[in-house]
Ligand binder design. Structure first.
Ligand SMILES: Cc1cc2nc3c(=O)[nH]c(=O)nc-3n(C[C@H](O)[C@H](O)[C@H](O)COP(=O)(O)OP(=O)(O)OC[C@H]3O[C@@H](n4cnc5c(N)ncnc54)[C@H](O)[C@@H]3O)c2cc1C
Length: 475
């Protein structure tokens, strides 16, 4: 007889493994199936995020930032580094070890919460509202059943048409995180979050990086003022970004890649790179799930179709994370996973899409929550804006990183915070205060009246809130 569960989660990325833990906490007999393999063919739960996404990219961003600081920033602090060298092998091994610790952490959490883990591919066999049969194909094959299924099968990198990833010369995020020697000339197609983060890593390690972007504006989803400031800072660092390009033929040679494109001025260009990273977005992953076999509906873009509560068209089948609509972010996937487990338990799980923070972990970091100024203008909302530069922040001066600013947007009448945008040091950490404030529907004055530690970067947040009413104290 097949093993029976209350809840089976297919996919062990941030959406799936968190859903499984929450379901188990709520008293459900829960299983999670994940097929990701480590180098030894063993289980590596955590999905894209842990294995080839958030975690390894941040490990390399940190290491490469240390390297750049040792080479360029330490001298100002009176620290002389002689004979600075790069041991890329060690840097990559450290990154792999950080990933492994996270994989092991998830397996430990499964044990602690009594989630049964299956290493293999899960696919629908058949089912109805009472029970679904799921085939698990791993080292062995078996069928398990559950009343509730949560699909969290994530996403895959999108390739350019006719240019598949070979992960040697034409790289997705997977190859971009494992280049064995610093490429002299690195091309990046796509100036989104992943392209900018990966471009930053290899530029800091010595590559001459060119980023080619089809859109005419830099970071179109980011507040205009912040995006312009970021573009200025990146250009100063030596990152070359060309906007409005039309990519043509891409030809992989033996040791290099030739990219032909038409630039924004209409001129034909042909550039040879040692490696090419293609980061033009991601596509939902439903491969091998047998969605069609049980009539699980996909939308026109291939995402699993869900309602606002992550319910699919099949009774008691739910879907969360990158495989459904909404921002492809690990914390969005996690929030949906928790909400679905709570809904299965009859609770009122909730995800507030208006307060999901976004972060780009470049240097300086870019982080935001809520509406941009251009969105408020387009929506005809009357607003007040306040900005404060890190240049006027004591802690930023002490750190030696005074680039960027904090910007507040508040409703002109009620003063409710509508958006907060940061480009600058530790923006990823600073944005949390804004998320909390917006979740509690705070006004800019609420933040302006809260005592912030001195000296701290968070004082720039308070000062930007004060600036909404033109009463910054330090600028
Ligand atoms: C380079 C890079 C950097 C990123 N950085 C960030 C960041 O800093 N912050 C952030 O919020 N987001 C970041 N992201 C995005 C983030 O990784 C995703 O949003 C997140 O991983 C989505 O989680 P998920 O659980 O939906 O899917 P995934 O993490 O993709 O996990 C899906 C899992 O399901 C497994 N699976 C698929 N099909 C089956 C099946 N049939 N049976 C069994 N298992 C299956 C897969 O093997 C995988 O392990 C980054 C992404 C990339 C590529």
């Amino acid at each position: 007889m097949s093993k029976q569960f209350d809840v089976v989660v297919i996919g062990g990325g941030p959406g799936g493994y968190i859903a499984a833990i929450r379901a188990a906490q709520l008293g459900f007999n829960t299983a999670c199936i994940d097929e990701w393999k480590n180098a030894k063919n063993g289980p590596a739960p955590g999905g894209t995020c842990t294995n080839v996404g958030c975690i390894p990219s941040k490990a390399l961003l940190q290491s490469s930032e240390h390297y750049e600081h040792a080479g360029h920033a330490f001298a100002e602090h009176g620290i002389e580094v002689k004979g600075l060298g790069l041991n890329l092998g060690q840097m990559l091994a450290r990154k792999d070890n950080v990933v492994k610790q996270n994989n092991e952490g998830i397996l430990y959490l499964f044990k602690k919460n009594k989630v049964t883990f299956f290493h293999g591919r899960g696919s629908f066999v058949k089912g109805d509202a009472n029970a679904y049969e799921i085939n698990v194909a791993g080292a062995t094959e078996e069928t398990i059943t559950a009343k509730h299924i949560i699909v969290a099968t994530g996403s895959n990198p999108r390739a350019l048409p006719g240019t598949p990833f070979d992960e040697k010369l034409i790289l997705s995020n997977t190859g971009a995180l494992a280049i064995e020697a610093v490429p002299a000339k690195l091309g990046v197609i796509g100036a989104g979050v992943i392209g900018l983060e990966m471009g930053s890593v290899w530029r800091r390690l010595g590559s001459d990086v060119s980023v080619l972007e089809a859109l005419p504006t830099f970071l179109g989803a980011v507040d205009d003022q912040i995006a312009k400031e970021a573009a200025k800072l990146f250009t100063k660092q030596g990152l070359k970004v060309s906007l409005g390009v039309t990519i043509g033929a891409i030809t992989a040679g033996k040791n290099d890649v030739t990219v032909e494109y038409v630039d924004a001025a209409g001129a034909a260009q042909k550039v040879v790179y040692d490696k090419l990273i293609v980061s033009i977005g991601r596509t939902p992953n439903t491969i091998g799930l047998n969605a069609e076999g049980v009539g699980l509906q996909l939308d026109e873009r291939g995402f699993i179709a869900v309602d606002a509560d992550c319910k699919t068209n099949l009774p008691n089948v739910w879907a969360v994370g990158d495989v459904v609509r909404g921002p492809m972010l690990a914390h969005k996937a996690e929030e949906e996973g928790v909400a679905v487990a709570e809904r299965i338990a009859g609770q009122h799980g909730h995800v507030n899409f208006n307060t999901i923070p976004w972060v780009i972990y470049t240097s300086p970091e870019i982080a935001w929550v809520g509406k941009t100024e251009q969105q408020l203008k387009a929506d005809g909302v009357a607003y007040k804006a306040g900005t404060f530069p890190f240049l006027a922040n004591g802690r930023a001066r002490a750190l030696g990183d005074t680039s960027g600013m904090v910007k507040f947007l508040a409703d002109a009448k009620t003063d409710e915070i509508l958006g907060v945008h940061i480009v600058g040091p530790m923006a990823s950490e600073l944005i949390s205060e804004a998320v909390v404030a917006m979740e509690f529907r705070a006004s800019a004055e609420d933040i302006a009246r809260i005592c912030h530690a001195h000296p701290s970067l968070s004082e720039a947040t308070k000062e930007a809130a004060l600036a909404v009413d033109k009463r910054s104290l330090n600028f």
